[in-house]
Design a protein. Structure first.
Length: 116
């Protein structure tokens, strides 16, 4: 549920099913549905998204790398978001997603540093 504080395309997220959430886009007010699939053994979270619970498709991944793996302090980590472009996504939408996810990673960083 903390994604509600940084997912610009799915703000004010709420649970709508056992493993499905919905939130409102800050850009156009549309509703986005999300299924969160944590994979703790690989430190990856897959996200299936869509405009309805019946149309969810794998489009986003988050990966966490422990800081010490990269020669950093053990109390740090590196978070990477990967977004997969579907065939039907036009250039303006893809451009917006690129800016959005770059902003969201900064929002995640800020919240982690605050202990949020």
């Amino acid at each position: 549920m903390n994604q509600s504080y940084w997912a610009l395309g799915s703000w004010n997220r709420r649970r709508v099913g056992d493993d499905i959430y919905a939130g409102t886009s800050l850009f156009d007010g549309t509703e986005l549905y999300v299924r969160v699939l944590p994979r703790p053994e690989t430190l990856i979270v897959d996200f299936e998204t869509g405009r309805s619970p019946d149309t969810l498709e794998h489009r986003v991944e988050a990966r966490v790398i422990p800081g010490e793996t990269l020669g950093r302090s053990p109390d740090t980590c590196v978070v990477t978001l990967t977004v997969w472009r579907a065939e039907e996504v036009d250039d303006p939408t893809w451009d917006l997603l690129g800016h959005s996810f770059a902003t969201e990673i900064q929002m995640i960083k800020g919240r982690l540093e605050l202990g949020f």
